[in-house]
Design a protein around this ligand. Structure first.
Ligand SMILES: [Zn+2]
Length: 219
């Protein structure tokens, strides 16, 4: 039972999901929410009614977070990304494990733990995948999609967008391939369908079109 000032974990999960879909410019529609949360369409439409009754979303023009919903989504995303940073930087867990664990920690972290974690980590501005921590001093860098870099040109990885964090197996692949924020590489081949081959940190890796359109880099 939720106490005053706390929300049902499902409400938190949905507000986080809507926040992150909008952040990645993905259409916030029930089908995308169902995919992201791995739940049925009827479950999503039932939850939309509950979120609206709670005053967390408005549905007059598409699905939008209200001020209260945005505050809740922002808090959960912040705790998720701070927890990921702690789980990778301090506990040395893999990217995929950290993402999975942070999905649980985000719901149980108190304000005092959040503040202490932020201090311990030195006020980080992004999660290990390069996604901004809300409320941090993050400044959005100039970036382009990996798919837009020409063959022969170099790039530095900036951000693995949240959509890719939810693609099964992809975080494991990117970590094993050294395609991580801060690492520099070169495009060695590109095909018209958007697949690129990169050389990075001694690895030669093929990156499919879905991922190459969602990895942000600096040229
Ligand atoms: Zn992340």
């Amino acid at each position: 039972m939720a106490v005053l000032g706390e929300h049902h974990p499902a409400f938190e999960e949905y507000c986080e999901c809507i926040f992150e879909l909008a952040e990645d410019d993905v259409d916030v529609i029930q089908a995308r929410i169902a995919e992201r949360l791995n739940v049925s369409r009827p479950a999503v439409s039932e939850m939309m009614r509950r979120l609206e009754a709670e005053g967390l979303i408005a549905t007059d023009s598409g699905i939008q977070l209200t001020d209260a919903g945005l505050a809740l989504g922002t808090k959960i995303v912040r705790r998720h990304r701070l927890a990921e940073r702690f789980l990778t930087d301090v506990l040395q867990l893999s990217w995929a494990e950290a993402h999975h664990e942070a999905g649980k920690w985000e719901h149980v972290m108190s304000q005092s733990v959040e503040t202490a974690m932020d201090r311990l980590l030195g006020n980080p501005t992004t999660c290990p995948h390069g996604n901004p921590i809300p409320g941090s001093a993050y400044i959005e860098p100039d970036s382009v999609r990996l798919a837009d870099i020409a063959v022969g040109d170099g790039f530095t990885v900036q951000r693995i967008t949240e959509e890719l964090e939810f693609t099964p197996g992809l975080l494991e692949f990117l970590e094993a391939s050294a395609l991580q924020p801060g690492n520099a590489g070169v495009i060695t081949a590109a095909s018209p369908d958007g697949t690129v081959t990169v050389e990075i940190d001694g690895h030669h890796v093929g990156v499919g079109a879905f991922a190459s359109a969602r990895i942000l880099v600096s040229a």
